[in-house]
Ligand binder design. Structure first.
Ligand code: ATP
Ligand code: MG
Ligand code: MG
Ligand code: MG
Length: 492
C-alpha cells in the first residue's frame, strides 16, 4: 500500500463516520512563540482550550509535522523523522472513548479490500501483533479504557499494559484540559528485539497511534507528572495521532520509515551519488551501519528541507530558518563524509519532489523557487567549508611538525569562526594522521554553552506559555533557543 493510498483509506474511513476533512495546516506553527507544527492537534488548540468554538464536532486530518527534538534519532531508530505526517481524528465535545477506541481498532484491522459484511476498508493489520497501553498510575487508573479494549474490542488482558503519568497522561503544562492516553503498538517480531511488550522494548514494539482522552480540568500543573485535578471537563474531547510513515513501513514491509515510498528514492539516489551500497543494517556494531545512518538521515533531511522551504521557511541564523540551515548542512556534511564534495541538492531535491508531489502538488509547481533557495544555501556553505579547509590544513601541518595533537582551541575556532563541524575536523585530521584534542574541544563547547545559557537567563522575556505545545505528549520545546541551537552536540 503506497503512502498516498493509506491516506485515502484514512480519510474515507473517518469521513464515513461523520468527520469533516480538514487540510493540513502549514509546518510553520500558528503560534509565534513555537517554531513548528509538532502534532496534528496544533491547529485545533483553540477548540480544545475552549477559546474558540469549533465549526464542526468531528474532524479528520493528515498534518505535516516537524520535530527538531527528534533530530538525533533520525536514521538510528527505525521510526523517527524530522518531517513526518500525523493522521488524526478529533472530537470536540462529541464522541469519547466508547467510540474512539473501537474505531481505531476497526480501521487498523479491517481488511484492505473491505470487510465482507460491513464493506469497511482498513489496513488489514494482524490483531495478534497489536499491543495497547492504558493509563494506570497507583490509585489512578483509566478503568474505562481498559474495559473497552478488553470487553468491547476483545484484546487479551496480557496485551493491555498499564503505564504511568510520564508516558500516558496528557496536559498542556498550564491549568486547563488534561487527560489519560492510550497507545497502540505494533510488534515487529522477534528479529527486532526482546519479547515482553512496549514497556520492555520500544524498537520491537513500535508506537503507531496515540489516543488522548481529554476529560479532566486541571487547576494546577507543576510538571508533567505533578498536577492537580479539580474535576471533570464539561466537554470531553478526543485527539489522536497516528504516524503515517510508521504505518507505511508496516504495510510496505519496510525495515524502517526511511525505506518507505516517499523517502526511499532519495536514499537510493544519495547512495548512487556516493557509490556506497546501502545495507539496511540496524546493528551499530556492523561496519556498514555508519553509512546506512548517514543515507537515512540524508533522505529524511532532504525531504524536511523541501517541505519547509515549500511552506515559506528560508535559511537564516535564527528560528525556523536556522533549523532549515542546519538540516541542509547536515546533508552536505554527511555526503562529504561519504566522499562527495560536489553540490548535491539540485539532484536530491528533484528526487524528493517526485516522491512527494502526488500528495503535495505545490512542491512541483513551485519547484524552481524551492530549488534555487536550496542550491544557493548549499553554495554558500561549500564556500565556508573551503575557507575552513585552508585553516584546517595549516593547523594540521603545525600539529604534525610539532608532533602534537591538533589543539582543542584550534578545533573550537574552526567550529566557531568557520562553522566547521567537529566531525569533519576529526575526519580530515585523521586522514593526515593527526589526532585532535577532542576533550578540550568539548570543554570549550560546554563553556560557551554555559555562557549562552547565563546570557539567555538575563534576557528572558516572560513567555509564560511558550512551552505549551512543546509539552504536548512529552515533546521537547521546539521554539528557538538561540545560541544553544548553534552549540548543540555534534556541532551542526
Ligand atoms: P515515540 O515514543 O515513538 O517517540 P511519541 O510518543 O513521541 O513517539 P506522539 O507524540 O504520541 O509520539 O505522536 C503521535 C504519533 O506520531 C506517534 O504514535 C507516532 O506514530 C508518530 N510520530 C511521533 N514522532 C514521530 C517522528 N519523529 N517521526 C515519525 N513519526 C512520529
Ligand atoms: Mg511515545
Ligand atoms: Mg506517544
Ligand atoms: Mg517521541
Amino acid at each position: 500500500m503506497k503512502t498516498e493510498d493509506i491516506t485515502r483509506t484514512w480519510y474515507d474511513y473517518f469521513a464515513a463516520k461523520g468527520h469533516e476533512r480538514v487540510p493540513s495546516a502549514s509546518l510553520i506553527s500558528p503560534d509565534p512563540s513555537v517554531l513548528f507544527t509538532i502534532a496534528g492537534m496544533v491547529p485545533f488548540i483553540p477548540y480544545f482550550l475552549g477559546t474558540e468554538k469549533a465549526p464542526y464536532d468531528r474532524a479528520v486530518s493528515v498534518q505535516k509535522c516537524i520535530r527538531t527534538a527528534d533530530i538525533e534519532e533520525v536514521g538510528k531508530t527505525a521510526r523517527h523523522g524530522t518531517f513526518f505526517q500525523m493522521c488524526g481524528n478529533f472530537s470536540f465535545g462529541d464522541y469519547f472513548k466508547e467510540k474512539a477506541i473501537p474505531m481505531a481498532w476497526e480501521l487498523l484491522t479491517s481488511p484492505v479490500d473491505g470487510d465482507p459484511e460491513t464493506g469497511i476498508r482498513g489496513f488489514g493489520l494482524d490483531p495478534e501483533r497489536l499491543w495497547i497501553t492504558v493509563y494506570e498510575d497507583g490509585e489512578e487508573r483509566d478503568e474505562e479504557a481498559r474495559r473497552i479494549w478488553e470487553d468491547v474490542v476483545g484484546v487479551p488482558h496480557e496485551r493491555v499494559v498499564g503505564t504511568g503519568k510520564a508516558d500516558n497522561y496528557w496536559n498542556t503544562g498550564q491549568p486547563g484540559p488534561g487527560g489519560p492516553c492510550s497507545e497502540i503498538y505494533y510488534d515487529r517480531g522477534p528479529a527486532y528485539g526482546v519479547d515482553g511488550g512496549p514497556a520492555v522494548d520500544e524498537d520491537r514494539f513500535m508506537e503507531l497511534w496515540n489516543l488522548v482522552f481529554m476529560q479532566d480540568r486541571l487547576s494546577q500543573v507543576h510538571s508533567k507528572t505533578e498536577f492537580e485535578i479539580a474535576g471533570p471537563l464539561q466537554n470531553t474531547n478526543i485527539d489522536t495521532g497516528l504516524g503515517l510513515e510508521r504505518l507505511a513501513m508496516v504495510l510496505q514491509g519496510a525495515e524502517n520509515m526511511y525505506e518507505t515510498d516517499q523517502v526511499r528514492p532519495v536514499l537510493d539516489r544519495a547512495a548512487e551519488l556516493t557509490g556506497v551500497t546501502y545495507a539496511s543494517t540496524e546493528d551499530p556494531e556492523d561496519p556498514r551501519h555508519a553509512d546506512d545512518v548517514r543515507l537515512r538521515m540524508i533522505a529524511d533531511h532532504v525531504r524536511s528541507s523541501l517541505m519547509l522551504i515549500s511552506d515559506g521557511v528560508r535559511p537564516s541564523n535564527e528560528g525556523g530558518g536556522f533549523v532549515l540551515r542546519r538540516l541542509i548542512r547536515r546533508v552536505i556534511l554527511a555526503m562529504r563524509l561519504m566522499g562527495v564534495e560536489e553540490p548535491v541538492f539540485g539532484d536530491l531535491f528533484s528526487v524528493s519532489r517526485d516522491a512527494m508531489k502526488g500528495v503535495y502538488p505545490e512542491v512541483a509547481e513551485d519547484f524552481d523557487l524551492l530549488h534555487q533557495v536550496a542550491i544557493k544555501e548549499e553554495q554558500a556553505f561549500l564556500r565556508t567549508i573551503s575557507a575552513g579547509t585552508a585553516k584546517l590544513e595549516s593547523a594540521v601541518s603545525a600539529a604534525k611538525s610539532s608532533e602534537r595533537p591538533l589543539s582543542g582551541a584550534d578545533a573550537f575556532a574552526l567550529h566557531d569562526t568557520y562553522g566547521f563541524p567537529i566531525d569533519l575536523t576529526l575526519e580530515m585530521a585523521a586522514e593526515a594522521g593527526v589526532v585532535v584534542d577532542e576533550g578540550r574541544f568539548r570543554e570549550l563547547m560546554t563553556e560557551q554553552r554555559e555562557r549562552a545559557r547565563a546570557d539567555a537567563k538575563g534576557k528572558k522575556s516572560g513567555h509564560a506559555d511558550t512551552e505549551v505545545y512543546a509539552r504536548l505528549r512529552g515533546e521537547q520545546p521546539t521554539h528557538f533557543t538561540g545560541y544553544t541551537e548553534h552549540t548543540t552536540e555534534s556541532s551542526i
